[in-house]
Design a binder for this molecule. Structure first.
Ligand code: SF4
Ligand code: SF4
Length: 367
């Protein structure tokens, strides 16, 4: 069987399994108070590919419905909503990827992250050696970060990477959004649901991902997601503010330790170390029954890149006045570049798709 035929068969099997499980859930409805998935499911009698992609992206994978389910394995109905929805989510990222040729990157998340990091590091190490001779990667440069890498060079490299990432993310999101009929605005309610991760509460008690080892549900996974997300936002705000200082006030980096740019970056960096490190640690305790093992690389690759970005950023801040600065700067920039170019093909997209699904759910409820 050709690869294309295999993919079509897999997609049909996955849709068939998703529709089978939703028909059972729609008759049962025991879990309707757990999250937004079940009220959305109850508005439907049939479950086509687009409906399943929508429901799967509404699911926050808290596991509550699996551990409550009287039809879960070893029952012959073998209902496993979190696992099947995780597989359908991955298929939805592939279906809407731009460019299409890169869709297979989602199934090679770990390798893609590792390759991009190696390429990013190689690029900046070579640039440092080429530009910074005779000091190269070690030694106190005269002046600032821009004495190692000229500002114009950094703007060109990261401008191209950023534009590519934004274009790929936007086109992918638009393709998914088009399948959510009726279309409409994004609204405030889904924003609050997304920012508070309301649907990761497992109906109130917390996330059940560790319940497989007889651990009670807890909010740890939700808090670690918050630290990661808000840490990312603070780091982004720090970079945006630095751009304003550079162009509007002619005040280039580096900045004093009490400068708003450094304070925002440090707080964000701490969140981006604790959150991703905690999420990686938590994966060890996930119940294998509810996860899709094929997505381990996708999850871990993105989370590890976030962790590496913040850890190298904090190390650069701590040792920026030493001879190690050029090496640390090249390392940090190489990792950040890898993070940028892999954003559209890593776990980052789950936040965008989930928000679009929440917005669609709010529209359906409003009707
Ligand atoms: S997951 Fe199980 S208990 Fe929950 S609605 Fe579906 S069939 Fe019913
Ligand atoms: S969010 Fe939790 S309760 Fe809702 S469908 Fe997903 S795993 Fe089940």
């Amino acid at each position: 069987m050709s690869r294309l035929a295999e993919l079509v068969t897999d997609a049909a099997r996955l849709d068939g399994e998703g529709a089978r499980i939703m028909q059972i859930c729609n008759a049962c409805r025991y879990c309707e108070g757990y999250c937004a998935v079940f009220p959305a499911m109850e508005r439907r009698l049939e479950f086509d590919s687009a409906s399943l992609a929508y429901l799967a992206n509404l699911c926050h994978h808290c596991g509550a419905c699996y551990y409550a389910c009287q039809y879960a394995p070893p029952h012959e109905f073998a209902v496993n909503v979190p696992k099947v929805f995780a597989q359908i989510r991955l298929a939805s990222y592939e279906d809407h990827a731009w460019p299409r040729a890169f869709a297979s990157a989602y199934r090679r998340g770990g390798s893609v992250a590792a390759l991009a990091t190696a390429a990013g590091l190689a690029l900046f190490f070579l640039l440092a050696i080429a530009i910074g001779a005779p000091d190269g990667l070690w030694g106190r440069p005269s002046g600032s970060f821009y004495a190692v890498f000229p500002h114009g060079l950094l703007v060109a490299v990261f401008g191209i990477a950023f534009l590519f990432a934004i274009t790929a993310l936007t086109l992918g999101a638009l393709r998914f959004h088009r399948g959510l009929t009726p279309n409409g605005g994004l609204g405030v309610r889904p924003l609050s649901d997304a920012l508070t991760l309301r649907n990761l509460k497992g109906g109130g008690e917390g996330c059940y991902v560790r319940a497989g080892i007889d651990h009670p549900p807890d909010r740890l996974r939700r808090w670690l997601h918050h630290l990661t997300f808000y840490g990312f936002l603070l780091c982004f705000a720090s970079t945006a503010l630095a751009t304003v200082y550079h162009y509007a006030f002619a005040a280039p980096a580096p900045y004093a330790i009490v400068h708003p740019v450094v304070i925002l970056g440090t707080l964000g960096g701490i969140g981006l170390v604790v959150g991703p490190a905690g999420l990686l640690w938590l994966k060890r305790w996930h119940d294998a029954a509810v996860i899709d093992a094929a997505q381990h690389g996708l999850d871990a690759g993105f989370t590890a890149l976030l962790l590496a970005t913040s850890a190298t950023g904090l190390a650069l801040l701590a040792f920026r006045d030493t001879a190690a600065m050029p090496l640390l700067l090249a390392t940090h920039l190489g990792v950040v570049l890898a993070l940028f170019v892999t954003l559209p093909y890593g776990k980052f997209v789950h936040g965008i798709y989930r928000y679009l699904a929440l917005a669609h759910h709010a529209r359906e409820e409003g009707r």
